[in-house]
Design a protein around this ligand. Structure first.
Ligand SMILES: O=C(O)[C@@H](CO)OP(=O)(O)O
Length: 247
């Protein structure tokens, strides 16, 4: 049996301000740092250890991983950073207040933009100063790989090559893998792993900074999954994420 640990980054400044974030590179808050440190402690106390870590190109996930590994005394571990693990691109909503947006367009429309499987939020213009196409960290990508908006389906399509080419082979080779990523890039992975329908994925929310453990069989099919620590607290934190898009 293999184990894979997924961690959504700790609370970010824009989580705290309740703004759509996507590919915007915002920092952890002190609460986010405490959540990441606690995630490391939970993992260490439960006897977890890792051989390799992966994260996105965004500092809220990178720093979360640093705090987790530091707490586990594994700061020396190899870390792979990849844009395919970035948060779902939120298009022209990036930077807007979620509940103000719900007041303007209605809770239902915001739920569609936040959680529908195949309806993307309005796209950014490539000329918009928020567009990441001129960001040096993505200079090796073709501009077309850098989204102007994404629905979860698009995120699944960009995350899956990373699963197939990096994560799955790494796990199958016997490496113990931890991934620090984002609410929607993790939802994309979970949708694939648990074969969740396009309809049911709408109701799935991932809390900040709580390790999500997958036990996988020889062919990497999930046997079971669970949040480390207090299961009720994890459920309450996921329910709070669901409410963020209400007026
Ligand atoms: O703003 C975002 O990028 C994501 C994660 O914080 O939010 P949501 O839960 O609304 O998809």
């Amino acid at each position: 049996m293999y184990k894979l640990v997924l961690i959504r980054h700790g609370e970010s400044t824009w989580n705290l301000e309740n703004r759509f974030t996507g590919w915007t590179d915002v920092e952890l808050t002190p609460t986010g740092v405490a959540q990441a440190t606690m995630a490391g402690k939970l993992l260490k106390d439960a006897g977890f250890d890792f051989d390799i870590a992966y994260t996105s190109m965004l500092k809220r996930a990178i720093h979360t991983l640093w705090y987790v590994l530091d707490e586990m005394e594994r700061s020396w571990l190899a870390i792979g950073k990849h844009w395919r693990l970035n948060e779902r691109h939120y298009g022209a909503l990036q930077g807007l207040d979620k509940s103000e947006t719900a007041k303007k367009y209605g809770d239902e429309q915001v739920l569609i933009w936040r959680r529908s499987y195949d309806t993307p939020p309005p796209a950014l213009e490539a000329s918009d100063s928020r567009c990441e196409r001129s960001d040096r960290r993505y200079e090796r990508l073709s501009p077309d790989d850098i989204p102007l908006t994404e629905c979860l389906k698009d995120t699944v399509e960009r995350v899956m090559p990373f699963w197939n080419e990096v994560l799955a082979p790494s796990i199958k080779s016997g490496k113990r893998v931890v991934v620090s990523a984002h609410g929607n890039s993790i939802r994309a992975l979970v949708k694939y792993l648990d074969n969740i329908s396009d309809k049911d994925i709408v109701g799935l929310n991932i809390p900040n900074g709580i390790p999500l453990v997958y036990e996988l069989d020889e062919s990497l099919k999930p046997i079971r999954h669970y949040y480390l620590g207090d299961a009720e607290a994890a459920e309450a934190a996921a329910a709070a994420v669901a409410k963020q898009g209400k007026a």
